[in-house]
Design a protein. Structure first.
Length: 251
């Protein structure tokens, strides 16, 4: 690939990963989408959580045009996003034992809900504890992670386990340990991470599956439309009125 530009190398790497998750994760995508559809049908609520850059994929499915209106963001102060100062604090908080318990104890999550937990490495205390405690509450957990980390790194949770070990459905992003797709002789460190692209695509595939499963059951999926198209606000208002008891980002 020496005659290829770095931009082309990145696109090729990202497209290759997308092809892999499309083909290799087809069954788990279907299982996750069906679980979400079952939860919507049964009156449950939907939540997504990710720490640091993993939060980007979680945010991408919340209050999203073309997305399910019932998906809510489970936030942990100082952990979601990189707006906390210093940014390194967010990484430190991911390793704190007990933080997930405090968050879940004060969250609206209850038995019968679904929580999507996104963690590339799946090794830190926060996502592992979040999954363990959520399942203890009767919440079904969908994990989005790179399974490779469990084989090539050690867990930072006291149990020695990873996020993948505490999920009802695991979506493997196939991202290599280190999350960098390009190496060149003239640059000391590998670069060009693709985890956000792949993880977001995985979750959008799950949401598309859930919408079609609901439609196949004769249930209109509670989808949002863009507020920038005519009639979008009126459509969204109707959906939010109908499902207001399961939407928490308006409160």
């Amino acid at each position: 690939m020496s005659d290829s530009t770095p931009a082309k190398q990145f696109f090729e790497a990202a497209i290759g990963l997308l092809h892999r998750v499309r083909d290799e994760e087809a069954e788990t995508i279907d299982a996750a989408g069906t679980l979400i559809a079952d939860t919507v049908t049964g009156g449950g609520r939907l939540f997504a959580f990710g720490a640091g850059h993993s939060s980007l994929a979680a945010q991408d499915v919340v209050y999203r045009a073309g997305g399910l209106a019932l998906m809510n963001l489970l936030t942990v102060p100082g952990v979601v996003g990189v707006d906390v100062m210093p940014a390194t604090l967010g990484s430190a908080l991911e390793r704190v034992d007990g933080l997930a318990s405090a968050v879940l104890d004060t969250s609206p999550l209850r038995a019968g809900d679904v929580l999507v937990i996104i963690s590339l490495s799946g090794r830190n205390a926060l996502p592992v504890e979040m999954a363990m405690n959520a399942r203890a509450l009767g919440v079904r957990v969908i994990g989005v992670t790179s399974v490779a980390y469990a084989a090539e790194t050690t867990s930072r949770h006291v149990s020695g386990t990873f996020l993948k070990d505490h999920c009802d459905v695991v979506l493997d992003s196939k991202i290599a340990v280190g999350d960098a797709e390009i190496t060149v002789d003239t640059v000391a460190a590998p670069f060009a991470p693709a985890s956000t692209v792949v993880t977001s695509a995985l979750l959008q595939a799950v949401m598309a599956t859930a919408a079609c499963v609901l439609a196949g059951r004769g249930i209109e999926p509670p989808l949002l439309r863009s507020g920038n198209v005519d009639g979008g606000h009126e459509w969204n208002g109707r959906v939010m009125e109908e499902y207001g008891d399961r939407i928490f980002y308006r409160r």
